[in-house]
Design a binder for this molecule. Structure first.
Ligand SMILES: [Zn+2]
Length: 147
């Protein structure tokens, strides 16, 4: 029996496999991190002077040292402030418009569903009424039958 006294070669190979696996996992992790960072950088705004990517709210471009001004996610050079804020307001309006549109579509579907439900309820009530009225009128004949 192997028991506590494992084959040292076995233990050695196991340790090698384990460290290989760990290295591989770390590599995959590093690739994922790099990809995430790449995507983040790709979404950053461009310097208005040299076109390089700029980190949000950084006061200067790291590439050309251009002084930068920011309006939320929009970047410009000093003097662009008014224009940037106008753009921001326009973006916000567009965003709200889109949101309103989506909301209107959702509401339309909800209304249609509730209309369908009330139609079904009306149909059910009409059929119930017909059944009750029919039973009321047929009751004398039914009584004869049942006797
Ligand atoms: Zn620049």
């Amino acid at each position: 029996m192997w028991g506590q006294n494992r084959d040292p070669w076995d233990a050695y190979h196991r340790a090698v496999e384990e460290s290989k696996r760990r290295i591989k996992a770390e590599k995959v992790h590093a690739i994922q991190r790099r990809l995430t960072e790449k995507r983040r950088i790709a979404r950053l705004p461009n310097c208005p002077t040299c076109g390089e990517k700029c980190e949000y709210n950084s006061p200067h471009c790291v590439s050309c040292n251009q002084e930068l001004v920011w309006a939320e996610y929009l970047v410009g050079v000093p003097g662009d402030e008014v224009q940037l804020h106008q753009q921001l307001t326009m973006d916000e309006k567009k965003y709200h418009k889109r949101r309103e549109k989506r909301r209107a579509i959702r509401k339309k579907y909800a209304d249609r569903n509730s209309r369908l439900e009330s139609q079904q309820l009306i149909i059910f009530l009409v059929l119930l009424t017909i059944a009750i009225v029919g039973l009321f009128f047929l009751w004398p004949q039914l009584k004869l039958y049942l006797r």
